[in-house]
Design a protein around this ligand. Sequence first.
Ligand code: URA
Length: 239
Amino acid sequence: MRLDKFLADMQLGSRKEVKSYIKKGLVQVNQVTVKQDKFQVKPETDEIFFDGEKIGYQQFFYYMLNKPAGVISATRDTQHKTVMDFLQKPDFRPDLFPVGRLDKDTEGFVLLSNDGNLAHRLLAPKKHVEKEYFAKVEGIVSQADVTAFAKGLLLDKGELALPGELTILKVDEENETSEISLIIHEGKFHQVKRMVQAVGKKVVYLRRDRIGSVRLDKALSLGEYRPLTDEELAVLSKS
Ligand code: URA
């Protein structure tokens, strides 16, 4: 890898800025000052110092964000806040993106990463990676609904939803509302809302609690994020 790319990847400045740092003699590779920006380095084994400080190399980054409602799952938007707007310096990198989308009004677990391969594995329809949601619903969810979800549902526009595991958490007979958890194995547009609609009820609150085997950290308030732990990353990679 070129030395200037290495330094820019590690967020030490734009490509132009790091080139000028290299020319000024601020960078050492294996104890030797290097002044050529295209000098080739091996990020895993070379010792690279910038202004006297050792620079470790990390190629991929993974963050768990607890997305609030009102926020778009995109890298940029001209009108609304996006999930990227929560990342603070030095965590923000222009190559990060949300792995999968939550609706604007949905809260909960969004994975932010720059690892395209992991994103592909988690999102590929054939992989059927589990996602778990908590929802508040207008209407009384019944055992018949649990059975219907377990069989798979015919959604609007003739689309078919694969079987989902519906659990009734609470039913308020008086106000005719319910709380449910739902595990699904695919990610169609508005999938949970449309599955609930298919049994004649309406989602009024939705939160994603789990992706694969990784649960949303309860210590994260809405809008907070943290890096995935090595253990979480290992289980997610196996999902
Ligand atoms: N299903 C939905 O309906 N909305 C989401 O945001 C996620 C799953």
